[in-house]
Design a protein around this ligand. Structure first.
Ligand code: UDP
Ligand code: MG
Length: 346
């Protein structure tokens, strides 16, 4: 049997006593400036792991080109011809980091896949530790940032505040863990069953429930190019995480409605009393106008939040495909290479 057919069977690598086949899945959007350096570092890492028997010879890197507008795909194509350990998956258009990552995870073969960012902000040296934890039987190994010295104060403050906010809403996410993680074939196949369109992978992974562990690392600076997550995208991603995993904002509206109703009963009582107390002046416009504006604001905000959830129902019920694969390259896809690829085929 060919090795790459192994992934369809439920036999863990450890059971057949061979080093596991590992895939490194790397979403790339306009990353031409970092790819050559990233590739050389990853090749060194793979060689080292092979030499120590940590991973199999056919372990590979899977770049997922998320509809880049620069030379990213041309580079990946070239690299895949030069190195047998480099493979490429090209999406038909830009679908965003989470979808690109999901595409890699659903498409690349391997006993376990590790997701890493193209800019190598996540320390590669912990990859062998992740694989060792996997070989000991962990299905999920999460990379957790120990320090964030390299982040700006703003980024650190908002990111850490966000993890705390999520925790206060009882959303099960791991503090300071982003998308640097290893997942076993079993965990990946379970992830495949989650069909949601509004993806927030770091919230989904804890729901799988398999045995998991943590490795800590220090986050480095992006060594070239710019962040592909400007503030606007960041905020929308944060909101996505909240609304995909918590109905807490809706409950907050109910509480708010309750409080405002109580306040208006108190106000009505006050108005009645004042009506019958002789000598008091008739209340002026301020007491009419202020509650009107206030209530108008509260109502609009509440409608907006409810609308966000309705919009989510709208996109989820349409259940459009989350990505389309355009082209694949590399030895792992040898048989698919010249076929017309129409969708996820793992
Ligand atoms: N990325 C992507 N599609 C996008 C935006 C980003 O595939 O639409 C990739 C990007 O190439 C990188 C990873 O997602 O490999 C993380 O992006 P980035 O490093 O810019 O985010 P940051 O580290 O600043 O949060
Ligand atoms: Mg980055």
């Amino acid at each position: 049997m060919e090795l790459h057919d192994q992934r369809n069977l439920d036999i863990p690598a450890a059971a057949v006593n061979r080093p596991p086949r590992i895939g490194l899945v790397i979403p790339c959007y306009n990353e031409e400036s970092v790819l050559p350096e990233t590739t050389s570092r990853l090749l060194v890492l793979l060689d080292d792991m092979r030499a120590r028997g940590v991973c199999s010879d056919d372990s590979a890197v899977f770049y997922v080109d998320d509809g880049s507008r620069d030379r990213t795909w041309a580079l990946i194509d070239e690299l895949s011809r030069q190195h047998p350990s480099i493979c490429g998956i090209k999406l038909s258009r830009n679908r965003g980091h989470q979808n690109a990552l999901l595409c890699g995870l659903m498409t690349a073969p391997g006993d376990a896949l590790i997701s890493v960012d193209a800019d190598l902000q996540d320390d590669l040296d912990v990859i062998p530790k992740m694989v060792e934890a996997f070989s000991r039987g962990d299905d999920i190994v999460l990379g957790v940032r120990k320090r964030r010295d390299t982040d700006t104060f703003f980024k650190r403050f908002t990111a850490e505040g966000y993890y705390k906010l999520m925790a206060s809403m009882k959303v099960d996410i791991v503090f300071n863990h982003a998308d640097y993680r290893l997942m076993s074939r079993r965990a990946l196949e379970s992830l495949r069953e989650y069909r949601e369109v509004n993806l927030f992978l770091r919230g989904l992974v804890p729901l799988l429930g398999y045995r998991s562990s943590i490795v800590e690392y220090d986050r480095a600076e992006r060594f070239a190019g710019e962040s592909k997550y400007p503030l606007k995208k960041m905020l929308s991603f944060a909101w996505q995480g909240i609304t995909s995993f918590s109905t807490y904002p809706l409950r907050l509206i109910t509480t708010l409605g309750f409080v405002v109703s109580l306040a208006s009963i108190a106000l009505a009582a006050w108005a009645l009393i004042i009506r019958f107390v002789p000598g008091e002046t008739v209340p002026g416009w301020a007491s009419t106008v202020i509650p009107t504006y206030f209530l108008g604001g509260v109502q609009l905000l509440s409608l907006g939040v409810i609308g966000e959830y309705v919009a989510k129902i709208y996109t989820e019920t349409k259940a459009r495909p989350r990505f389309h694969v355009d082209v694949v390259r590399g030895a792992a896809f040898a048989r698919k290479r010249d076929e017309h690829v129409t969708g996820p085929f793992a």
